[in-house]
Ligand binder design. Sequence first.
Ligand SMILES: [Zn+2]
Length: 424
Amino acid sequence: MRCLLPLSTLLLVGSAFGAETPTLTAIRAGRLLDVAGERVRENVVVVIEGDRIREIGTSVPAGAALIDLSGQTLMPGLIDAHTHVLLQGDATAADYDAQLLGESLPYRALRATRALRIALEHGFTTLRDIGNEGGGFADVDLKRAVARGVIVGPRLYVATKALAPTGAYPIQAGAWELDLPRGVEMCDGPDACRRAVRDQIAHGADWIKVYADRSYYKKPDGGFASLPNFTVEEMTAIVDQAHRTRVKVAAHSITPTSHAIALAAGVDSIEHGDVLDDASIAAMAKRRVFWCPTLTVTDYVAEPRSKTNPIWRDLQQAVKDSFRKALAAGVPIALGTDVGGFPWDEINQAEELRRYVALGMTPWQALRSATVNAAEMLGESGALGTIAPGARADLIAMREDPLRDITATERVSFVMKGGVVVKR
Ligand SMILES: [Zn+2]
């Protein structure tokens, strides 16, 4: 029997683990958002058996525990597809170095348990944690601890160490005679990169993360460019090796310089993608390469980073233009915030949704990015990001209507993950 901390905000009404007779729970909801079908259903009863949704109807089955959310709006749990649970804000290089040099990995893992609880209470029932910044394979341990009920948190898809070639990622400067911690695993040449991919997958990586570029700058003609990290041969080897074992690849890629290499190699998602050119947009739309725009972190770092390099203000504007173009062209967008790049306890990840709506998404499209689309990118269509028979019982509710005011998603009143109520 698992034991959870008696937190005042946590109420455990069922267990997804080990029960011989699955718990039967019924949620009566005033309104249910069918995000996939973009339709509102009124006065429904969602029946949950164990950790999955059994049916959606209008009556409460005999023997079911009733949760009455008559005055509320129910929708699938949110998915943030770009997070760093082992980081706590790195607006500047100094913030980053302080964590990698000044904090032990056990300390960072302990703080990550708080980050996970914050995310869950904000309605994020699934995270794709996309690189742990010097954290070894601690993200695999965190995932395991959540899955076993040792700690409370969203279900996790993890990328472990991430990849960049020698000299392309911090920490680089400092006393050369010391073996400083690195925020990534470094690999050079196709064979070494294949080996790195194999090792990360062997240790539990669900995704491979590559840093495709760095040192962003503006060319004399006003266009954006960057230093590409991997060669086409290296990037192709990484993607091929991952895909051989059905593992997908996410590429941190800011400008067209590196989008071209990453997309030619066949990556599955572009992260940040601040400057999307027409060729990249066309390729992403055609091949359904997902884009995680991470607008919240772009806003967070623009001011502190522009003190030393004005490019960060330019990128803040560029990503807005990219968003409008990508949306119009039908690029699949999965909500990603880069939380961890900003502190978990200062900004609610759900703010990303209001940024999407401000740039032209309908509320339905924004909700889709955080549910149906993110689930598709994870290869979990039908199981996550939807309220349907057979899907995981990951559900949230709010008192206001997010279709009228998308910021309602920042005030979640009820959270269930895998059939277990974690906030009420
Ligand atoms: Zn990131």
